[in-house]
Ligand binder design. Sequence first.
Ligand code: NOJ
Length: 553
Amino acid sequence: MIKDLWYKNAVIYNLSLATYMDSDGDGIGDFQGLQRRLDYLQGLGVTCLWLGPFQPSPMKDDGYDISDYYNVDPRYGTLGDFVEFTHGCKQRGIRVIIDLVINHTSNEHPWFQSARKGPDSKYRDWYVWSDRKPENADQGMVFPGVQKSTWTYDRQARGWYFHRFYDFQPDLNTANPEVQAELLKIMGFWIELGVSGFRMDAVPFIIATKGPDVTRPEEQFDMLRTFREFVQWRQGDAMLLAEANVLPEDDMEYFGRDGDRMHMMFNFQVNQHLFYAMAAADAGPLVKALEATKPRPASAQWGCFLRNHDELDLGRLTDAQRATVFAAFGPEPGMQLYDRGIRRRLAPMLNGDQRRLELAYSLMFTLPGTPVIRYGDEIGMGDDLSLPERNCARTPMQWSDEPQGGFTKSDTPVLPVISGGAFGYQRINAAHQRRDPSSLLNWTERIIRMRKECPEIGWGDFRILDTNRPEVLAMRYDWRNNSVVVIHNLSDRPQDLSLVVHGEGKSPRLVNLLSEDHSDPDEDGRHDLVLEAYGYRWFRFGGLDYLLRRSEG
Ligand code: NOJ
């Protein structure tokens, strides 16, 4: 396998322009503000930024309602600022991927405004219409409890239009060849401006058949190949990362059996079972999720994450498992959302306990895939449950203890900065944490550095090691005669284990990558280890030293 596949071992950092850094004092983050934070991001060690949508938008769904695909929302700057930004990233060796929101547009998009005017509009067939109210209009809502239907009557259009998401997000008729050509054009445009790929929003819905008579939508998987071929023709190393919360049995359809569809997908299966594992101190179901999502083409990769800008979706757990996670991490109704998930940030879920945060992140960084961090999680930011829906976990980045957390000079930030209490900017901010060697920020920087020095995790195959302790997850990765063993104690009690690790016939010495506490096998070749509550270990053994091997190219 050629090592050019950069996304196999990247460290991705997701941020939202609006709430990252405001440079002009209007209370809204912008590209020039972000530009000033590129050295911070480079110092943290991330290798790829994923930007949430920043195109012109009425902002009714955090920018996931786009009204012009070929521009930057003036609140964030100009196309010129965008190109300066991608250039700044390039100079620092950081790649940029951006959200590609093409399942739907905003209802304010000129295409939809034209389509509403009547059947003769050039854009009528760019959307999905029905003359009558479809029978399944009250089914398939993505935001149950908030979204009332998937079809809405439009008076001007004299018809019903389909919207998988909110009613202000009419679905594009993605089966229409004209629409498909336009979607490729959008990708080509941003590639030309310096991006390395796209986080593709809502992929199962983009490729689903749509229409008033569609009772069981079917995925048109060939469309994914068309997207991939196109981006790769335009730019050989471009990458597509799919948001597709699907069952493991469908994974290969999305990756393509020949590795010719999506380069990456978020591993929602593992994400949900990871939270269950932490809630129940039971690695069993997580191991099953890891095994179930193991098959993938050699060039494909998983995106591994803890929290993102949406709710923590627990819809794939059993009722009992979900109840366990709710009880542990989101017991109050106000912490839950859409009958399936938790809307909190990670740090408050774990009571701000740094041992547990380190455990969670250590797990995420060592799962098979490429880690994806959410901005603010590197300093353990909290949430504001007084804000509606998912906005509670989208508050501005807390840079310092200056007013508004140093995010803006304005008194009216786009969303309130968390102030006061355990997670307020006065206590939790990047400036303080930079100066404290034991802070979460400095820990995150160190663990990212170590993760980059463990390419086995991104490239290699994993095996689950037997520990005889359901509370402990032990994994081994092998790649090019080098091996890494990672062990995590999910429970709040110390665990002693006896581990057998075979290395070329004999049991090897395990070199601890995070401290001087190495482990030599006993006469029977077993490693006797004691992991403290929420303890974790990263070990290496094998032939060549990693740093030597690196020069192999
Ligand atoms: C998934 C995005 O992650 C979410 O934030 C958004 O609301 C929907 N897609 C609709 O675009």
